[in-house]
Design a protein around this ligand. Structure first.
Ligand SMILES: C[S@@+](CC[C@H](N)C(=O)[O-])C[C@H]1O[C@@H](n2cnc3c(N)ncnc32)[C@H](O)[C@@H]1O
Length: 412
């Protein structure tokens, strides 16, 4: 079946139904009856075929004469596989085919055999690391646990390192706010465990998550703990690191793009701006001001002039805003709520500190959302914002970011 591109054009017919070789150099060593059907399949797949053989059977000779294949009329020599993506060893001589396979493996080119079964593999063991190619490999040894920051939501805001380690995972333990689309790209045999924490709802208890990470890693499986944003920004990542290291399990930490900064940014709000805000404070607002468990210094936040970013703050927004005003913050301070930032569902509500809770409520704001409080939330920057979920449309004018009126307004 030919593959088609998004615009409907044909991009090629995959070889063995899976491998798209269109325009890629493939070397076939051997020119006899075993090679003939392989060459025909490769030509049908659009590969750039070179045949190395002292002689060719009639069909292959015709293809060579017609310029459909390149023929090297001699026995195989070291160097013939240069730049090849795939090698087919069909010399019909065990020692020669073994030599071709060994050379292919050394240079990390896939090699398939001369057997009539398509894809009979001669050799695909991993050779020792080649420094030139290792830049495409996971950046640290794929063992133990990797605590990976998955970014704020859009899959293309994950880091390259995160994507590489994820591709090497045997087990993925995923949070609710991690970009789940990327899980679709994993092989079927990768174990996916949903540890999704619903806000205010049940989730896998932290102790159980820690035990799971440790138990799977001890079984020799490479475990990726995929978290939203950055693992160390209200992500309990450090607890998981401590649990794993206490159990003797190696841990790698991969920083992520945090929603605390990317959320405002996706709505066109810079958390700092020269001459406007020199301080940025992230606040976990999941517990009420006054709750004995709450470690936030609301008095200090009320006095400061810079930017406050509330995380997990939707439920108690009214009390938090009132507390900030009571502690000295100007009720006219601009405020912006960004829900589901960087995803297709992104919504933005603009208001003032004294109206933001009502505006969020009437706008139907739900978690996850960040709330930005400070002069930066009122900056006017028409056309400056990158629309959520599709960086490719970045040239589209962004929301008209005007200082909010008292009642607030919602952008979708
Ligand atoms: C438990 S914290 C995890 C934060 C995460 N580690 C980070 O760095 O983004 C969850 C809170 O992050 C914020 N959040 C996460 N993803 C978000 C998104 N896509 N849009 C808006 N806020 C988000 C919300 O405040 C949410 O309640």
């Amino acid at each position: 079946m030919p593959l088609t591109a998004e615009d409907g054009s044909t991009v090629g017919t995959p070889w063995f139904g899976r491998l798209l070789l269109t325009g890629l150099r493939v070397v076939v060593v051997g020119g006899g009856d075993t090679a003939r059907p392989r060459v025909a399949e490769l030509l049908a797949a659009g590969a750039d075929v070179t045949v190395v053989a002292p002689e060719l059977v009639a069909d292959l000779a015709k293809s060579a004469a017609a310029g459909e294949i390149t023929w090297c009329p001699r026995r195989y020599e070291a160097g013939d596989l240069h730049d090849a993506w795939l090698v087919v060893a069909c010399a019909g001589d065990g020692a020669a085919d073994a030599q071709v396979a060994a050379d292919a493996v050394r240079q990390r080119t896939f090699c398939v055999g001369s057997g009539t079964a398509p894809g009979s593999v001669v050799a695909v063991p991993r050779p020792p690391a080649d420094p030139d190619r290792s830049r495409h490999s996971p950046p640290c040894s794929a063992r133990g646990v990797a605590l990976i920051g998955g970014g704020p939501g859009a899959p293309d805001l994950m880091t390259l390192r995160a994507r590489r380690l994820l591709a090497a995972a045997d087990v993925v333990v995923v949070d609710r706010l991690a970009p789940r689309e990327v899980l679709d790209e994993l092989d079927e045999d990768v174990e996916i465990v949903d540890a999704g924490k619903t806000p205010y709802g049940p989730a896998m208890p932290q102790d159980q998550i820690n035990e799971l990470l440790i138990e799977r890693a001890r079984r020799g499986r490479f475990v990726v703990r995929l978290k939203g944003g950055d693992p160390f920004v209200y992500g309990r990542g450090y607890e998981e690191l401590l649990a794993c290291t206490a159990a003797g399990v190696p841990v790698a930490v991969v920083p992520g793009v945090t929603s605390a900064i990317a959320g405002p940014s996706a709505a066109g709000v810079p958390v700092s701006h020269r001459g406007v805000a020199h301080e940025v404070v992230l606040v976990a607002a999941h517990s009420r001001p006054g709750d004995p468990q709450c470690l936030v210094d609301w008095e200090a936040l009320g006095r400061m002039r810079g930017t406050i970013v509330l995380m997990m703050g939707v439920l108690h927004l009214e009390e938090v805003a009132a507390t900030l005003v009571r502690c000295g913050r100007d009720p006219d301070t601009p405020a912006v709520v960004v829900q589901d930032a960087t995803t297709a569902a992104q919504r933005v509500v603009r208001a003032r500190l004294d109206t933001v809770a009502a505006a969020a409520r009437s706008g139907g704001v739900r978690p996850p959302a960040v709330v930005v409080i400070g002069a930066v939330a009122g900056l006017s920057a028409t056309g400056a914002a990158v629309p959520a979920a599709d960086a490719l449309t970045a040239s589209t004018p962004g929301p008209d970011v005007r200082p909010a009126n008292g009642s607030g307004h919602v952008e979708r």
